[in-house]
Design a protein around this ligand. Structure first.
Ligand SMILES: C[S@@+](CC[C@H](N)C(=O)[O-])C[C@H]1O[C@@H](n2cnc3c(N)ncnc32)[C@H](O)[C@@H]1O
Length: 524
C-alpha cells in the first residue's frame, strides 16, 4: 500500500556523486526521533539507510512526469556573507503519475511541519501560516515518546486484549449492532494491534482505516495479513489522528480511548479531534458517551496503610540521622497519589453521582478542565476518607445499547477503580450532607492534576491535590471487606507504631501486602 507517508517502490540516485548509481528502495516521510524535525528517508531493501533529507531546509523540483529532484540546502557564512550551498541533490523516480503527485503532496505537507510556532504568530519576516499538529502543541515530546513506546510493545496490547470484560464488551457491542457496520466506512482511532478494526470487518464493514501512531502498526499489519478474509478490507495508517489524511469520510468511529478515571492519557481529546476530522455528519461513535461516577467512601485500613508509609521518616536515629524533618513532605507525597485498586462497594457511604461526557457533541477544549460539583448524603455515621471514582461508557448502537462499566462490585477490568484519599478525613453523621468539588486540570504530560475539596458543610473542610499520572497501584488479592464498626485501626494505633524497631518490615498488622503493578513508564 502506498500511503502519503511511505512509497515502497521508488528508485533514487545522488546527483552530486561523481559515479552516481541508481538504487531501488522505499521513500519514507517521518519525524526525526531525536530532533522531531520532518525528514525524508530513502531506504534500500534490508532497511539500509541510503539518504536522509532534512525537510526543514529542502526543496523539490519536477524533472519529469514521475521524476523529482530533492535538494537540501545548507547556509554557510563566508567572509561575513551568508551563502547558500546546496549540499545534496537526490533524484527520486516514482512508478506511476498518481504516486508521483502523492509524493510531491507528501513532501509539502511534511515540510510544513517544520514551522513550530502557533498559527497566526508573527515573525520578523512574516507570519506563520502552518503550525505543529494539535497533539504536538499540547503534549510534551518526552511524554509522547514514552507513551507511544509503551503502546508499541505487544505485551501492553496483550494486557488490554486479555481484559475480557473490556474486549468482550467491545466485541458484543459491534456484533450486536451489525447494522451500524455492514457496508460502512469505519475509522479505528488508535488501532493498536488492530483488534477493533478486525471486529468491525467481521461485522461487515466495507472498509476500515486503522490509524495508529506507535510502532505497533508493524504487528497490526501482520495480524491483519494473517486474517485475510477480513484484512483485505482494512488499511493501516501510521500516524496521529491529528495529522494523517484519509481519502474518505467515515460512517462510524470505533476507539478505545479510555484511561484511568476515563480521562487519563488525554486520548479522549484525540477521539474528539478524529470525530471532527473524519466523521461524516450524523456518523456514529463507538463508544458514544462516557460517565465519571463518584461517591464518598470510608476505609480505615486504606487510610492507615497510606499514613504508615511515611512513618519511616519519623525515625530519630536512622544510622545516626534524624529523618523527621522530611516526615511532613513524605506524608503529603503519599496522599498526593490516587489509589488504584478494586474495592468492595460496601465501603461507599452514599449514592454515587456522575458527570457525563458526550463524545458526539463535546468540544475538545471541554476536556482541558473538568469541574464537577459534589453533593452527597451520608447513609451512616463514620469517618469519610475520600472520594471513590470509576467510569462507564455507552455503545449507543442502532440495535442494542451496551455499557462497559468499571464499577466496584462489577467484574474487574484492568482500569480497576480510583480513590482520592484525604490526608484529613471528615467525620459525618448519618443523614448529613457532604458537599465539595472535583476539579481536573489537564497537563502536557498526557494526564491531569486532581483538586478535591470535601466538606461536611458545617465545620470541616478537607482538600487534596493529587497527580493522576502517578497513582499508587494497590493491587493484590481482592481486599477483604470489614464492616465499618469492626474497622479497628484508629489513627492512635498508628502513632504507637512510630519507632524504628516496629517499622522494620514496613507493615502493620492486618494490612494486606500490596503488589505494585508492573510499573511501566506509562500506565493506563
Ligand atoms: C488503549 S489503546 C487501544 C488499542 C486498540 N484499539 C484496542 O482496543 O486494543 C490506544 C491506542 O491508541 C494509540 N493512540 C493514542 N493516541 C493516538 C493518536 N493521537 N493518534 C494515533 N494513535 C493514537 C496508542 O498508541 C494505542 O495503541
Amino acid at each position: 500500500m502506498a500511503s502519503a507517508d511511505m512509497f515502497p517502490n521508488v528508485s533514487f540516485s545522488d546527483v552530486n556523486a561523481a559515479a552516481s548509481q541508481e538504487a531501488a528502495g522505499k521513500a519514507v516521510f517521518g519525524l526525526d526521533p531525536a530532533s522531531g524535525a520532518p525528514r525524508l528517508s530513502l531506504v534500500r531493501p534490508g532497511a539500509e539507510q541510503a539518504f536522509q533529507i532534512d525537510l526543514s531546509d529542502a526543496q523539490i523540483f519536477k524533472l519529469g512526469l514521475m521524476e523529482w529532484l530533492c535538494v537540501s540546502g545548507e547556509t554557510e557564512a563566508k567572509a561575513g556573507v551568508e551563502e547558500k550551498l546546496f549540499s545534496r541533490a537526490i533524484k527520486v523516480v516514482l512508478r506511476t503519475e498518481a504516486e508521483s503527485k502523492a509524493f510531491s503532496l507528501a513532501f509539502q505537507r511534511w515540510k510544513q511541519q517544520t514551522i513550530s510556532g502557533k498559527a497566526g504568530e508573527s515573525l520578523e519576516n512574516g507570519s506563520i501560516v502552518a503550525c505543529k499538529s494539535k497533539f504536538d502543541t499540547k503534549i510534551e515530546a518526552s511524554s509522547a515518546q514514552m507513551y507511544f513506546h509503551y503502546y508499541g510493545q505487544l505485551l501492553h496490547q496483550q494486557n488490554m486484549l486479555q481484559d475480557f470484560v473490556r474486549t468482550g464488551t467491545y466485541y458484543a457491542a459491534v456484533m450486536e449492532n451489525r447494522a451500524d457496520f455492514e457496508g460502512k466506512v469505519v475509522v479505528d482511532v488508535g488501532a493498536g494491534s488492530g483488534i477493533l478494526s478486525l471486529f468491525a470487518a467481521q461485522a461487515g464493514a466495507k472498509h476500515v482505516y486503522a490509524v495508529e501512531a506507535s510502532e505497533m502498526v508493524e504487528h497490526a499489519q501482520r495480524l491483519i495479513s494473517g486474517n485475510p478474509s477480513f484484512g483485505q478490507r482494512i488499511t493501516i495508517i501510521k500516524g496521529k489522528v491529528e495529522e494523517v489524511e484519509l481519502p474518505e469520510k467515515a460512517d462510524i468511529l470505533i476507539s478505545e480511548p479510555m484511561g484511568t478515571l476515563l480521562v487519563n492519557e488525554r486520548m479522549l481529546e484525540s477521539y474528539v479531534i478524529a470525530r471532527d476530522r473524519f466523521l461524516a455528519p450524523d456518523g456514529k461513535m463507538f463508544p458514544t458517551t462516557g460517565r465519571i461516577h463518584m461517591a464518598p467512601f470510608s476505609d480505615e485500613y486504606l487510610y492507615v496503610e497510606m499514613a504508615n508509609k511515611s512513618l519511616f521518616w519519623q525515625q530519630h536515629n536512622f544510622f545516626g540521622v534524624d529523618l523527621t524533618p522530611l516526615h511532613g513532605s513524605a506524608f503529603d507525597g503519599y496522599f498526593s497519589q490516587p489509589v488504584v485498586d478494586a474495592f468492595d462497594p460496601r465501603l461507599l457511604i452514599s449514592q454515587s453521582t456522575h458527570h457525563t461526557l458526550d463524545f458526539t457533541s463535546m468540544k475538545e477544549e471541554d476536556l482541558y478542565e473538568i469541574d464537577i460539583p459534589l453533593s452527597f448524603v451520608s447513609s451512616v455515621g463514620t469517618r469519610v476518607h475520600g472520594l471513590a471514582c470509576w467510569f462507564d461508557v455507552l455503545f449507543n448502537g442502532s440495535t442494542v445499547q451496551r455499557w462497559l462499566t468499571t464499577a466496584p462490585g462489577s467484574p474487574t477490568t484492568h482500569w480497576y477503580q480510583l480513590r482520592c484519599v484525604l490526608a484529613q478525613p471528615l467525620y459525618v453523621m448519618a443523614g448529613q450532607e457532604i458537599t465539595g468539588r472535583l476539579h481536573l486540570v489537564a497537563h502536557s504530560a498526557q494526564s491531569y492534576t486532581i483538586y478535591l475539596t470535601m466538606s461536611d458543610g458545617i465545620l470541616q473542610t478537607s482538600t487534596a491535590k493529587l497527580e493522576l499520572k502517578e497513582p499508587y497501584y494497590r493491587l493484590s488479592q481482592p481486599q477483604a471487606y470489614m464492616p465499618q464498626d469492626q474497622q479497628q485501626l484508629p489513627l492512635s494505633s498508628l502513632q504507637a507504631q512510630g519507632s524504628g524497631q516496629q517499622m522494620q518490615d514496613g507493615l502493620s498488622p492486618g494490612i494486606t501486602v500490596e503488589q505494585e503493578r508492573d510499573s511501566a513508564a506509562f500506565t493506563r
